[in-house]
Design a protein around this ligand. Structure first.
Ligand SMILES: NC(=O)c1ccc[n+]([C@@H]2O[C@H](COP(=O)([O-])OP(=O)(O)OC[C@H]3O[C@@H](n4cnc5c(N)ncnc54)[C@H](OP(=O)(O)O)[C@@H]3O)[C@@H](O)[C@H]2O)c1
Length: 322
């Protein structure tokens, strides 16, 4: 299997599996220590990852940790960060926390560059669309930032199809970042064809469904305060019982391929489409390696069809929150 991917229509190449930084400081009820995360991400680079995903809204430390970690080999990696969510209150429904006006983006990009300790961002995503700003205006701002050398390429996350088409016609979009996994397949018939048509890379967020697909989280697992999984149906007894057939399928394939369930979940994605790039996150050294080594798991065409056929008969409790 091809172990690297071209990033949209740019001249950048990234590994087929990237590393998601969010969980170091967000969504799991913990802010990990800086020195541990720097060491972890340097290890990730040693293992082979060249694509790292962060965002300011994951906490001020998130971009800072990444910037420090990759400083010694900055040119060898592709850093993706984001703009558009300017306040934590977004997560509790405040739409005023969205801002993609030209003036705001100019401030946001400078703040990210400073925290990252770099003078350019390789891939700059609009994290969520701002209902107050037209896609053409955002794309125009991106074109200006590219021209100024502050960013090399741009993308969108959870944007509607029409929005993507309008923005792309002004300044080419290189990547979209949406949620995709065995329990979140809603984009297969919509965003996948769009990526094919426009030459866009599909970066899949939460590819392990927040760890669920590793089969290492049983019903009754206690989560820290602030860990979103405590409120997700998927991680409750009903969700786990309901998806038993799916987990049986994944674990059966794991045994057959001498791999782990997490590796099957990732290998299935990168085998499925040549433009898919999952970005699992982990704070554990052994899992950094385990996840990356999913690129060595070969799933044949007939095994992919077998999985597709089995999935088509399953009613799956999905994932609605990333
Ligand atoms: N654009 C967006 O709006 C958006 C939304 C959500 C996520 N994202 C991006 O996607 C990245 C990944 O998303 P995510 O963290 O939500 O979900 P994920 O990658 O599907 O899962 C991460 C969780 O799974 C655990 N894990 C990772 N590898 C494992 C393994 N091999 N075995 C068992 N458990 C494992 C991690 O815990 P440990 O640390 O304990 O290993 C962590 O709790 C984020 O870092 C972020 O960059 C983007």
């Amino acid at each position: 299997m091809e172990k690297t991917r071209k990033l949209g229509q740019t001249d950048m190449t990234i590994t087929a599996i990237g590393y998601g930084c969010m969980g170091q400081t967000h969504s799991y009820g913990v802010v990990e220590a800086e020195k541990d995360m720097i060491s972890l991400m340097r290890y990730a680079h040693e293992v082979g990852y060249t694509f790292f995903d962060t965002a300011p809204i994951y906490g001020e430390a998130n971009e800072r940790y990444l910037g420090k970690a990759v400083a010694p080999f900055r040119k060898e990696v592709v850093i993706a960060t984001k703009f558009g969510i300017v306040d934590e209150s977004f997560f509790t429904g405040n739409e005023d926390a969205l801002n993609s006006s030209r003036d705001s983006i100019r401030q946001q990009v400078d703040a990210s560059l400073k925290r990252l300790g770099t003078d350019y961002i390789d891939l700059y995503y609009q994290h969520r669309i701002d209902p107050k700003t037209e896609p053409e205006e955002v794309a125009q701002t991106m074109a200006e930032l590219i021209k100024a050398g502050k960013i090399r390429a741009w993308g969108v996350s959870f944007a509607p199809e029409e929005y993507i088409r309008r923005a792309h016609s002004v300044c080419k979009i290189s990547a979209i970042e949406n949620m995709y996994s065995f329990v979140a397949r809603q984009d297969e018939g919509t965003y996948f064809p769009l990526c094919e048509e426009l030459g866009i890379t599909y970066v899949s967020a939460c590819p392990l469904a927040k760890g669920y697909l590793s089969n290492r989280y049983a019903a009754g697992t206690k989560y820290r305060e602030g860990d979103w999984r405590a409120d997700m149906n998927l991680f409750q007894k009903e969700g786990i019982d309901h998806n038993r057939a799916l987990m049986d399928l994944i674990t059966e394939f794991a045994e057959r391929k001498q791999a782990t369930p997490a590796q099957i979940a990732l290998a299935w994605e990168i085998t499925k489409k040549p433009y898919l790039v999952p970005i699992p996150g982990t704070t554990k050294r052994d899992r950094v390696k385990e996840n990356f080594e999913a690129v060595t798991v070969e799933l044949t065409e007939s095994e992919m069809s077998e999985i597709e056929e089995a999935l088509s008969h399953m009613d799956i409790v999905g994932m609605s929150r990333g």
